[in-house]
Design a binder for this molecule. Structure first.
Ligand code: NAP
Ligand code: ZN
Ligand code: ZN
Length: 347
């Protein structure tokens, strides 16, 4: 076994703390890479606090992982020692169901294996994530990372990037569309960058008036403070799409009213509490309420390649591992600008 160290939560009520654990020895198709940077996703916080239920402890969070390959199994074809490598939210899936065959491993009908808080395909070995020094992943679930971009700022593309890229691509969002991005945090700021790059007119819908200048810098055309009824008036019945990245309870009926007829509200944010949606909020106007989860492996590589070509990365604050709770506290206050990334050299 390979000795690894990381930060783990031992149960939902304790804080993350240093923890030593074992990674598997490399199988023929495995790649081992040392982790240089790991992004901090709001999902890390939901899961260490067991807000979605079913959390597996001890838990090493982290699914926005980039590093350099230190060892490869003897059948590995895609990577060699010294290559940059990345892993997002997925480390395995059944490979044979209809969704896996289509490159939609995130919707594996036999249960995909997530990078942490999950079980390997043997359905009994727990997985541990990227708040750690090294990781072993089957090469099919390791992404190629360009040497061209700032590596720390690439890390969040592995979750925040692909989670917003995938629905924008699926719904063919682009020129001629009016898009609202609800919540300007880690996912939201990537949604703005991609929707702008695809040619849409982008409005940030935010609870934080202080973020207006940043939203414009990110490329947004408009900024609306959602608690201000006057600001909401001109965008009522306005949007073709709203991409909802909010992490806490919010009133979907209000946002459905901002869609034009036949518009689509896409939830990627995953608050722990159920939404109370009035039927007439979407019956009137033939509106769609939809959802989307991360993205499959082929589209994740496509997104990373696009970002390398178009020079797109996340706006980040690099933190030391020991400061993770300062980051979580700010995240809970909506004060993320716009993704915390852990420098794993500080582990
Ligand atoms: P984040 O960086 O904390 O951003 C969330 C943003 O939502 C905040 O910055 C804030 O933006 C807004 N917000 C927070 N509380 C709010 C409230 N009570 N009412 C209205 N707006 C509020 O989080 P993230 O990492 O982007 O993740 C966002 C959500 O997506 C989380 O629930 C996460 O678990 C989920 N997620 C889902 C997937 C998926 O596959 N579907 C993947 C990754 C993450 P403003 O200040 O602009 O209002
Ligand atoms: Zn995430
Ligand atoms: Zn499958």
């Amino acid at each position: 076994m390979i000795q690894a160290k990381g930060y783990a939560a031992q149960n939902k009520d304790t804080e993350l703390a240093p923890w030593s654990f074992e990674r598997r020895e490399l199988k023929p198709h495995d790649v081992q890479f040392d982790i240089l940077y790991c992004g901090v996703c709001h999902s890390d916080l939901h899961q260490i606090r067991d807000e979605w239920g079913g959390s597996i402890f001890p838990m090493v969070p982290g699914h926005e992982i980039v590093g350099r390959v230190v060892k490869v199994g003897d059948q590995v074809k895609k990577f060699k020692v010294g290559d940059l490598a990345g892993t997002g939210c997925l480390v395995d899936s059944c490979r044979v169901c209809a969704n896996c065959r289509e490159g939609l491993e995130q919707y594996c009908t036999n249960g995909h294996t997530q990078t942490y808080n999950s079980l390997e395909q043997d359905k009994k070995t727990p997985t541990y994530g990227g708040y750690s020094n090294t990781i072993v992943v089957n090469e099919d679930f390791v992404l190629h990372i360009s040497e061209k971009l700032d590596l720390a700022a690439v890390a969040p593309l592995l979750c925040a990037g692909i989670t917003t890229w995938s629905p924008l691509k699926y719904w063919k969002v682009g020129k001629g569309h009016k898009v609202g991005v609800l919540g300007l945090g880690g996912l939201g700021h990537m949604a703005v960058k991609f929707a702008v790059a695809f040619g849409a007119e982008v409005t940030v819908l935010s609870t934080s008036p202080k973020k207006e200048a940043d939203a414009k810098k990110l490329g947004a055309h408009k900024f609306v403070v959602t608690s201000d009824a006057e600001q909401l008036k001109p965008v009522t019945g306005y949007f073709d799409f709203i991409l909802d990245t909010v992490s806490a309870e919010h009133d979907l009926n209000l946002y459905l009213s901002l869609l034009k007829a036949s518009g689509t509200h896409i939830c990627v944010g995953a608050p722990p509490t159920p939404a109370a949606v009035e039927y007439f909020s979407f019956i009137v106007g033939r509106k769609s309420l939809a959802g989307s989860m991360i993205g499959g492996l082929p589209e994740t590589q496509e997104m990373l390649d696009y970002c390398a070509e178009h020079n797109i990365v996340s706006d980040i604050e690099l933190i030391d591992m020991k400061d993770i709770y300062k980051a979580y506290d700010r995240m809970l206050k909506g004060d993320v600008r716009y993704r915390f990334v852990i420098d794993m050299a500080t582990l």
